[in-house]
Design a protein around this ligand. Sequence first.
Ligand code: NAD
Length: 256
Amino acid sequence: MRLLDNEIAIVTGGGQGLGLSTATYLAEHGAKVAILDLDATNAAKQAENLSGLGHIGIRCDVTNGEERIAAIKKVLDTFGTIDILVNNAGVQYHSEAENMPEEKWLNVVNVNLNSVMFMSRDVSHTMIKNKKGSIINIGSIASFQAMPGRTVYSATKTAVLGLSRNLAVDWGQYNIRVNTVCPGYHDTPLLRAYIDSGKLDPEVIKGRIPMRRLGLANDIGKAVVFFASDLSEYVTGQAMMVDGGYTTYGAAGAIE
Ligand SMILES: NC(=O)c1ccc[n+]([C@@H]2O[C@H](COP(=O)([O-])OP(=O)(O)OC[C@H]3O[C@@H](n4cnc5c(N)ncnc54)[C@H](O)[C@@H]3O)[C@@H](O)[C@H]2O)c1
């Protein structure tokens, strides 16, 4: 059953990883998708590969106001409206808090938090006019749990929850729903980089995931489609963990 025929969706950071798999899943459900990402060529190529015709890829650094406005205008000129916004673009930076470089902190805050606010603000005008919209923000297990060296990542991903709840409260009157999907450890280029550099051991991670596997990129797309579609038409301000039980697991050691 296709759940999103005739819906128009924007996915930020849709050029690879969880964003690309989310774009893929939205398109399989009938949505027309605009992939916004830093690399114009890749965004266009990935959009062309999605199922169905007419998807577009646009170069957009979501921290840049002029690029955001231009990208949203392009989506409106192409499709006429916007029904779904997935604020997925995100970056990590690891550092001991005592040595955190200010410009690195500010960059992560800009990408992971400020862009979520301002992309939402900039599409809200269309959604308010239509009295219809679903905004899905991508949080993390770090929205709920602390990990060594992840101060800025955790701070921004936790703030995304508060932002989502508040936007849900402010915009419920316009039939705009705002929810957060919180991935666990998913096998994407971002995670692979940490595994390949020896910073993360996939076997140790799997050792404390009740479902005993890393997440697949598609697991996030499925949760996003739920929040984007009428299946969740009376659900707003919520956070859904998609982590194989990682945050639920509370024992000290690995699963026997
Ligand atoms: N992979 C995981 O296990 C995991 C776990 C928890 C949360 N997340 C979150 O999921 C989201 C996607 O993660 P991923 O693993 O697919 O990451 P990724 O690094 O594989 O992909 C991120 C994408 O965002 C784009 N991007 C980065 N900065 C941007 C900017 N300023 N403007 C536009 N695009 C930008 C990148 O070009 C890239 O295509 C992020 O918000 C991340 O924090 C991922």
